[in-house]
Design a protein around this ligand. Structure first.
Ligand code: TRP
Length: 457
């Protein structure tokens, strides 16, 4: 284990983040994405509002944060990408397979994520043409379904989105990912706060606020818990090698406990702001909050069409959606690229091009599976839904389980303490480590197994 604290591959050439703020915005950038702006609001709507949010918050801090810190520990301690990290910390074991699954998980995620990101591009373009404020809004549902099931327009948008992602990642960790996130995360924050203020000050917004903050426990079922835990995993980008990979670019003197906590807090704040931006407006216009996945692409444009200055707000909203999606997609792509670079000894540029091509093809299949390839079904699901299901409901859970067992049981207390305190340089009360150990050893595996069993049966 002695050399686990030294770089394992290409000593001296490994990229790293430049500052703690850079690490924070990159991690928060990965966490804050379509999960916050698209998935969270519609899950809140489908699961009864405030009660779901409360359960979600408990999961984020009780389970999400310890898992996030565990991945951080694995990444920073090994200074290696997903598979090599496990191999460096536990030589000779089979833990590396978890790293391969994580890379596979990211490949599936980015394939459909890029398609949805592409829709974001198209909707930004439409809002720039003031498309939503022109008609009477009655054809918005049609507009969305005919666009997303057509052949060329979504493929072109997916290509643009993926190319933008690759364009950032190809410049490296410090010059690409960190630089982009440092500028875009504050912009994203300002836009979302602005939209939330507009939404909260609408006449009739009160019902939306009650819905968000006043729990109605009668709506809570077993499914609410599953959806909340699944969302906590997805939104914090857990179980998929992201935090391991980003953690491997973090310097040895950074305080990973506080970085992890700040990341979870930032992700939660963004989700709540997105909720405040969307729900009050939905209620003010008398629309049902449980519209499902179409909430952002159908319901919201409908609202923009009726809102004073809605055309301009639409531009800002879809710009925010796109920025949030991009800072996340670069992190998913980086997991795969770091893996390819280290496992096949490739340089960043060819690795990026190779990964781009593979994902581009898979993304095209995802997009087409909503239209012309709709008959291609595996387990009754089209390719898009299959990739979504297998990554979020299977691979991320397996990844999360392996991580907590690895850090909780295999690495254990001493190494955890060592990494969280930077070998004793930082003061962390013992009880923090003790609580984390109990959560990792018992609570998290039980919770993950419980959702897995519920979902797969
Ligand atoms: N967390 C992102 C979101 O909320 C999605 C995401 C980014 C992700 N990177 C990931 C999900 C890695 C799983 C794994 O949109």
């Amino acid at each position: 284990m002695k050399d686990a604290s030294k770089p394992q591959h290409h000593p001296g050439t490994r990229d790293s983040f430049g500052s703690s703020f850079g690490v924070l915005v990159a991690l928060a950038g990965s966490a804050v994405g379509l999960g916050n702006l698209w998935r969270f609001p519609y899950l809140v709507g489908q699961n009864g509002g405030a009660a779901f949010i409360l359960i979600y918050l408990i999961f984020v801090f009780l389970l999400g944060l310890p898992i996030l810190l565990s991945e951080f520990i694995i990444g920073r301690r090994s200074q290696a990408s997903a598979r090599a990290a496990f191999k460096a910390l536990a030589p000779g074991g089979h833990w590396g397979i978890a790293g391969v699954l994580a890379v596979l998980c990211c490949t599936l995620i980015i394939s459909f994520y890029s398609v949805v990101g592409g829709w974001g591009c198209e909707y930004l373009f439409k809002s720039l043409c003031f498309d939503f404020t022109r008609g009477d809004g009655s054809d918005l549902e049609n507009l969305f379904s005919s666009f997303s099931t057509s052949v060329w327009p979504p493929l072109i948008c997916h290509t643009v989105f993926l190319a933008a992602t690759a364009g950032i990642v190809i410049s490296g960790v410090k010059n690409g990912i960190e630089k982009f996130s440092k500028v875009m995360m504050p912009v994203l924050f300002i836009i979302m706060v602005g939209i939330a203020i507009r939404s909260l000050t609408l006449e009739g917004a009160g019902a939306g606020i009650t819905y968000l903050f006043h729990p109605d426990w009668s709506k809570v079922t077993a499914n609410t818990f599953l959806a909340a835990l699944g969302q906590a995993f997805f939104s914090l980008s857990l179980g998929s090698g992201m935090v391991i990979t980003y953690g491997s670019y973090v310097k040895k003197d950074a305080n990973i406990l506080s970085l992890g906590a700040q990341t979870a807090a930032a992700d939660t704040i963004f989700a709540l702001i997105a909720g405040c931006a969307i729900m009050p407006a939905v209620f003010a216009f008398g629309i049902s909050p449980s519209e499902g996945p179409g909430l952002v692409f159908i319901t919201l444009p409908h609202i923009f069409g009726q809102l004073p200055l809605g055309g301009v707000i639409a531009i800002f909203f879809f710009l925010a959606l796109l920025l949030a999606a991009l800072t996340s997609s670069i992190s998913v792509m980086e997991v795969i690229i770091a893996f390819v670079m280290e496992e096949f000894q490739m340089k960043r540029r060819p690795a990026t091009i190779l990964v781009f091509l593979v994902i581009w093809v898979l993304g095209c299949l995802c997009s087409l599976s909503l239209g012309v390839l709709g008959d291609w079904k595996v387990f009754g699901k089209n390719i898009f839904d299959l990739f979504d299901y297998v990554s979020a409901n299977v691979l991320m859970l397996i990844g999360g389980l392996v991580v907590v067992v690895f850090v909780g049981w295999k690495l254990g207390r001493k190494e955890m303490h060592d990494e969280l305190t930077n070998s004793g340089k930082l003061r962390i009360p013992n009880w923090v480590i003790d609580i984390m150990l109990v959560l990792l050893r018992f609570v998290a595996p039980a919770a993950i197994l419980a959702i897995a069993v519920f979902q797969w049966i």
